[in-house]
Design a protein around this ligand. Sequence first.
Ligand code: AMP
Ligand code: GLY
Length: 427
Amino acid sequence: MNILILGSGGREHAITWKLAQSSRPLKLFVAPGNPGTAEVAVSLPVDPLDFPGVREAILANRIGMVVVGPEAPLAEGITDFIEGDPALAGVAVIGPRRAGAMLEGSKDFAKGFMKRHGIPTAAYETFTSGTAGEAVSFMRRMKPPYVLKADGLAAGKGVLIINDFDEAVTELKAMLGGRFGAAGSKVVIEEYLQGIEMSAFVITDGISYRILPEAKDYKRIGDGDTGKNTGGMGAVSPVPFATASFLEKVEKQIIKPTVDGLKQEGIDYRGFIFFGLMNVEGDPYVIEYNARLGDPETEVIMPRIGSDLYDLLEGVAQRDLASRQVIIRPETAVTVMIVSGGYPDSYGKGFPVSGTGNVSESTLFHAGTGIKDGLLVTSGGRVLAVTSLGPEMQEALARSYRSVGKISFSGMNYRRDIGFDLKKYLE
Ligand code: AMP
Ligand code: GLY
């Protein structure tokens, strides 16, 4: 089977790395890929949003399965595009069609879906520029902080949490006035949930589902969860406060009703579902859905899957996932993201990265790297995800931080405290 993975980050490297360990005869291609994926797969210079280019790559390389990494091609309908083309008949796509990707692509759709299926989430209402006055009255009845969410995809910047009422009204008006373009033409205003966050992941063939390891990520740039939001500075799996009884609630109250709800609404969803959850005094609430795996969560999920990932993907393609098993390894996996100086604001690129060859205790998943004059150089904000396994979190973290210490480039930055808030649950 020839498989094409779409994307170029640490998530796609981790998926490709895991598929490369399959016992099945697979030939792996990544578009566009990066120097890390190039160690285990063939890179194809195609942008995942260039659908005709993806089509050519599928035909030229006799691809039988496409695994979609990021959300943008899903929201743009890559799955509908491939499934609708007679020349591509029989090509399986791991990733939902546009209708299913709406779980991520429209906050208003996701909230309505949860309401229809009794899935616990923060109370909310949706407003447009025509109902801005009602939005202000709604906020007046709420307690701060105010949570404002642009309806559409806004590159992770569409959620504002504001304490001051007047500031929230100003921001709301800016959103409805076009600050996030069309993504903000509708705004969801919701109740603030106080708790600790984590994420759950499933793979589904539209009939049944298999639960993958859960994870916690660290979104802020600074130690102690301070400073600006980033794509993610590190992750840990398993999550120590996600006890068996909590995870049972997640499955019963959230995962199962979501998969059943999709079926009931005639949405044939085949791919991954990422549940962003808030643990509020032991009860799970959905903060958001994503129609894909997380980055850097995938970099800790993949090493914890003990079984063959291809077996699960084949279960989705053949719609017999119910007969496939996921074996989850008991060790803890952590990842520490090494980022460019200045990230998440502007940063330089093209700095030579040294020391990666000296890393022996960790796996390096490439996120934003390139090759220049034969040398590994930085090419993005997030550069390398340094993943380690250990019998428990502290040992895994010690391994990753020793590995980080061997790597250097001009301006390199990383968080020193991944897992800091989880230690109290491990005592
Ligand atoms: P999202 O883009 O939906 O993941 O939101 C970004 C972040 O905002 C989440 O990871 C949470 O930390 C926070 N957040 C979103 N919604 C809420 C809420 N209702 N209550 C508290 N925090 C929230
Ligand atoms: N790490 C969060 C995300 O992938 O959306």
